[in-house]
Design a binder for this molecule. Sequence first.
Ligand code: NAD
Length: 256
Amino acid sequence: MSNLLEGKSALILGVANKWSLAYAIAEAFRREGACLYLTYQGDRQRETVETIGAELGASRVMACDVSKDHELEALTQTLRSAPGRIDAVVHSIAFANREDLARPFLETSRAGYQLANDVSAYSLVAVARACAPLMTAGGSITTLSYLGSVRVVQNYNVMGVAKAALEAAMRYLASDLGPRNIRVNAISAGPIKTASARGIKDFSSILDYVAQRAPLRRNTDPAEVADAAVFLASDLGRGVTGNVIYVDAGFQIMGV
Ligand code: NAD
């Protein structure tokens, strides 16, 4: 590749460890010459993400729990002092109670529904509002979604509903922010073994099913998701906004 993100500052939220999709994205952004700003959710992840940040040459590693408005405000203040301008934001964050990813969707509690939607969908709105004032030269906001937003996937349950809200929020944000030349898109990734994915009951059977039936007859590699994120953040993606781009070995086209 060839420095597709040279001169750009990128804020990446959602690195927890080396299996995180956000980690693969950070690696690819670094490869393409971006200046990286990483966040971690809380103290439990601090050391790991700081080590990853050092390894990737990140300019800064900051705490940000997206369910806390004051942490988002602090993030904006920190980024305003340096680098001052942000060109690309990657939102790679989701959470639902484990029991809601194992029992029938019908059993979802009000609290579980609100939690999943707050952390996994509303947070995109909150992050976009916090970052847009720093995106003074326009830029790109990318979130991560999954097929469970539009199809029923076993045990994905409340997270599927949250991803539907996330994709709708992405479109409304694309409309609001387009006049400022800020593009907002989602990448719908195929299933990949990460810490979050392991919270979904029988996740490995989903991996097997997809590998057998996807047109490419295999699962998705995190690096493939990361390269799509590079495209969206780069000037190559300048005409693309309000889209859900599937990086899933083609699985989403298949019927019977
Ligand atoms: P992951 O567990 O590595 O990443 C999830 C991240 O969300 C973690 O870094 C976690 O700290 C963060 N997070 C959760 N609650 C937070 C909060 N309140 N504040 C800040 N951060 C918080 O797993 P992943 O699979 O890399 O997930 C990243 C994104 O990709 C998620 O949106 C997920 O739904 C999406 N996705 C994953 C797959 C897959 O199969 N792994 C497929 C499609 C989409």
